[in-house]
Design a protein around this ligand. Structure first.
Ligand SMILES: [Zn+2]
Ligand SMILES: [Zn+2]
Length: 254
């Protein structure tokens, strides 16, 4: 499985940007915070499914530009898959003709911009050769983490979330688990803010990885750019040999 964090500004700033998109095998995306900035546009046109974890802006901000960029190519339009609350928010808060044209209504009147597909927790969806299972996490709005499997590997993507026990029980039972991508939004000094906003600080991140009983890499991602260096330093001080911080633009293969 090919995994890449799409981050068009990291090569300029050296620091990951605000938005989140993880691209899997070039055809499936998790979140669309940066998907519309993936370059060249021909790479965007290879993406046929976009799984959204939740409705927050850092996860959906570049969805409108992505749908614009891939529209009218003659190919089947992309499918956007999300939980019911996220789909409702997309339609009422984003595609409402005020923030952005109502792509859902326009898709009923002409060539489609997108298909919407509702996800249910623990119900697996096929995405070409991948199987994607959404799991509920703990955040200030309903959010889904994803376990993505192919014929030999399983990789978990867990953001945005605060501490959550049930997901670790499932991961510990997953024989083919090869890696866990886990959010680490804040440095230790902002643990109260992390708790209040449904995120992990390095302190609670350490508490979560202690629940993992499988010897697989844990890759910290979703670091707030303003605290990037501080979080990297604190994660390194955990001195956990299987824990690293994500490198935007690096292609991970599992
Ligand atoms: Zn969020
Ligand atoms: Zn987020």
């Amino acid at each position: 499985m090919r995994v890449e964090l799409i981050d068009p500004t990291s090569g300029i700033s050296g620091t990951p940007s605000f938005g989140m998109t993880v691209l899997l095998n070039e055809h499936t995306a998790i979140d669309a915070g940066t998907l519309g900035f993936l370059w060249p546009i021909s790479r965007q046109r290879q993406v046929s499914r976009v799984f959204l974890s939740h409705s927050h802006m850092d996860h959906v901000a570049a969805l409108p530009s992505f749908l614009d960029n891939v529209y009218g190519t003659g190919l089947e339009c992309p499918t956007v898959l999300a939980g019911p609350e996220t789909l409702k928010s997309l339609q009422s808060d984003l595609f409402n003709d005020r923030l952005w044209p109502d792509f859902v209504r326009l898709s009923e009147q002409g060539p489609s911009f997108l298909h919407l597909q509702q996800l249910s927790p623990l119900e697996t969806v096929e995405a070409n050769e991948l199987r994607v299972t959404p799991w509920p996490l703990s955040h200030v709005v309903p959010v889904l983490g994803f376990l993505v499997e192919d014929s030999c590997s399983a990789v978990a993507f867990l953001t945005d979330t605060g501490p959550c026990d049930s997901v670790w029980e499932r991961l510990n039972a997953c024989e083919s688990l090869k890696a866990v991508f886990l959010e680490c939004s804040f440095p230790r000094r902002h643990e109260p803010l992390a708790t209040a906003s449904g995120h992990l600080s390095v302190t609670s991140f350490a508490g979560e990885i202690a629940k993992l009983r499988r010897s697989v890499p844990v890759i910290a991602y979703h670091l707030k750019p303003a605290f990037h260096e501080e979080i990297v330093d604190e994660v390194q001080r955990l001195q956990q040999p299987n824990v690293e911080v994500i490198q935007p633009g690096r292609v991970y293969t599992f």
